[in-house]
Design a protein around this ligand. Structure first.
Ligand SMILES: *[C@@H]1O[C@H](CO)[C@@H](O)[C@H](O)[C@H]1NC(C)=O
Ligand SMILES: *[C@@H]1O[C@H](CO)[C@@H](O)[C@H](O)[C@H]1NC(C)=O
Ligand SMILES: *[C@@H]1O[C@H](CO)[C@@H](O)[C@H](O)[C@H]1NC(C)=O
Length: 245
């Protein structure tokens, strides 16, 4: 997978094909990490321990040669969910707040088409695209109806929501899109939790706890920057320090 590591974008990490049996319909799990790069064992980064992601990646389709159409959050999410570049899907910029961009009303997105084809769709985490009529999901826990810290960063909460989705009685095959807000910076919006929200849920006073997370501190000197395409990563001295968080 070749991607620049841009300021506000989600990396497509792994596409899990859950039911391998040939005759049966397959389910799809799509995992994104907001601003994530190649920092996982699945991409041969040995400085970081990601055993669960690596195990999932071994049973999944791992993208080795994929590109983001633009290094910005909503436009690249919209491209991923429509297969169209932003000038065709209408999402030229960020969706929420003052930016106010939306996809064109007649765009046929992945969740829309899959829903029509009898596939159950779910989104957990950061959505950041719209309008709702273009991106309808049957099951949705996003920043639009909850705290993005909870649905996008609290891995225990995310785990419980995934369980809720999987335990719902439904015979249809599914497409589940889990979009982590990690490792996006949060110092501008939630400065109390640190530059990358690295303190959120770390168990210290006032930070709450995320039961499934044991914080691990990385030394910037040990951090490997880059992946299969290290020439895409700008060689800035702040990169290792940022990735260490
Ligand atoms: C990781 O390294 C192994 C062994 O060299 C190689 O087979 C594999 O393709 C590499 N994975 C990626 C994502 O580059
Ligand atoms: C968010 O929307 C879903 C429906 O997709 C609903 O089940 C859930 O209760 C909502 N969450 C909140 C916090 O309102
Ligand atoms: C994370 O979610 C779990 C389950 O909902 C909750 O018990 C815990 O308090 C949450 N942690 C934070 C920091 O909000």
């Amino acid at each position: 997978m070749r991607l620049p590591v841009p300021a506000c974008w989600a990396l497509l990490l792994a596409l899990g094909i859950c039911r391998a049996h040939r005759a049966r319909p397959r389910n799809v799990l799509l995992i994104l990490a907001d601003d994530g790069g190649f920092e996982s064992g699945a991409y041969n980064n040995s400085a970081i321990a990601t055993p669960h992601l690596d195990a999932l990646a071994r049973r999944s389709l791992l993208f080795r040669n994929a590109f983001t159409s633009v290094s910005s959050c909503s436009p690249s999410r919209a491209s991923l969910l429509t297969g169209l570049p932003q000038h065709q899907n209408g999402m030229y910029g960020l969706h929420q707040d003052v930016h106010h961009f939306s996809s064109f009303d007649r765009v046929q997105s992945l969740p829309l088409l899959l829903g029509r084809a009898g596939i159950r769709t779910g989104i957990i985490g950061k959505k950041h695209v719209g309008p709702e009529t273009v991106y309808p999901f049957d099951f949705a826990y996003t920043e639009e109806n909850g705290s993005v810290l909870q649905v996008g960063r609290n891995i225990t909460r995310i785990k419980l929501l995934v369980q809720k989705f999987l335990q719902t009685q439904d015979d249809r095959p599914f497409f589940l899109y889990v979009a982590f807000h990690d490792p996006h910076r949060c110092g501008h919006s939630q400065p109390q939790y640190g530059a990358f929200c690295e303190k959120f849920g770390n168990g210290e006073s006032g930070m709450g706890r995320i039961p499934d997370w044991t914080p691990q501190i990385y030394n910037p000197q040990d951090v490997q920057v880059g992946g299969p395409a290290p020439h895409h990563v700008p060689k800035m001295p702040t990169r290792p320090a940022s990735l260490a968080l």
